[in-house]
Design a protein around this ligand. Structure first.
Ligand SMILES: Nc1ncnc2c1ncn2[C@@H]1O[C@H](COP(=O)(O)OP(=O)(O)OP(=O)(O)O)[C@@H](O)[C@H]1O
Ligand SMILES: [Mg+2]
Length: 241
């Protein structure tokens, strides 16, 4: 059997932030891992350990300062900013803790926003938005404003937006951080369904119950990977990997 190329492959990945005045902070330190198509991975770690920095690099929103990041076998560092924007638009969906919705635009407009950049007509955008809202169990909500629905529903709108380009991967940075535990479970069940449909999911969380939905866990401590393995086998003891 031919082994398939990982969708994500990071080799000795480093990120150093350079501040004015010559100060610098090394935030990611030689991180190595790969993720295969169809995996469901939770990234955990203390506040400030570098999780969002890592996610932003994985999602092509930022670039590493060292090492290599390959997305679908392509080295991201070789790509121009506009090529990266194109890859982001086609392959990746994002979900954030604070939903990042435009509060004065309708739910349909929010969901179909990524299609504007592809020149899709208004009518087709609306139709696609309605289809995506069906996938997240929000039938009939397309003409409301985000302020007229609950936080859990707003996150489902954000997930519908993330899905609109049929991404291969969804990156979610603390997607349940602003939700109560019942609503968090609903959102995590939705991610589980999407994963069963073949979408690779990488999510950051602080919460053990949320991480339990993932099959694999990667733990970061002070910019280093300290655990990488089955979530169910994590016993709280970290070791340098
Ligand atoms: N743009 C930036 N410029 C300089 N330093 C930054 C920048 N972004 C993050 N940092 C620093 O990098 C470190 C890691 O930040 P990051 O946001 O990746 O942590 P995190 O693990 O996501 O934390 P949290 O759980 O609180 O979200 C922190 O010390 C932070 O201050
Ligand atoms: Mg963070």
């Amino acid at each position: 059997m031919i082994k398939s190329t990982p969708v994500i492959e990071v080799t000795d990945l480093c990120k150093t932030y350079y501040m004015p005045g010559g100060m610098s902070q090394s935030v990611l330190k030689q991180i190595n891992f790969s993720v295969s198509a169809g995996e469901f991975v939770a990234i955990m770690g203390h506040s400030g350990s570098g999780k969002s920095t890592l996610m932003n690099i994985l999602g092509c929103l930022d670039r590493p300062t060292g090492g290599v990041y390959k997305l679908d076998g392509m080295a991201v560092s070789d790509k121009t900013d506009s090529e990266l924007a194109h890859i982001r638009g086609r392959e990746i969906g994002f979900v954030f803790q604070n939903f990042n919705l435009l509060m004065k635009r309708s739910i349909a407009d929010n969901v179909s926003l990524p299609l504007i950049y592809q020149g899709v007509s208004e009518r087709d955008r609306y139709e696609r938005a309605v289809q995506m809202l069906h996938k997240v169990q929000l039938d009939g909500y397309q003409d409301r404003l985000p302020t007229q629905i609950s936080g859990g529903m707003q996150q489902r709108v954000a997930i519908a937006r993330a899905l609109i380009n049929n991404p291969k991967i969804i990156f979610a940075d603390e997607p349940t951080g602003n939700l109560d535990s019942i609503t968090s479970d609903e959102i995590m069940n939705l991610f589980t369904d999407l994963n069963k449909q073949g979408i690779t999911i990488v999510l950051v969380t602080h919460e053990d119950d949320v991480a339990d939905y993932a099959k694999r866990m990667i733990k970061i401590d002070d910019g280093k990977k300290v655990y990488d393995g089955p979530r169910s086998k994590y016993n709280g003891k970290d070791a340098p990997y």
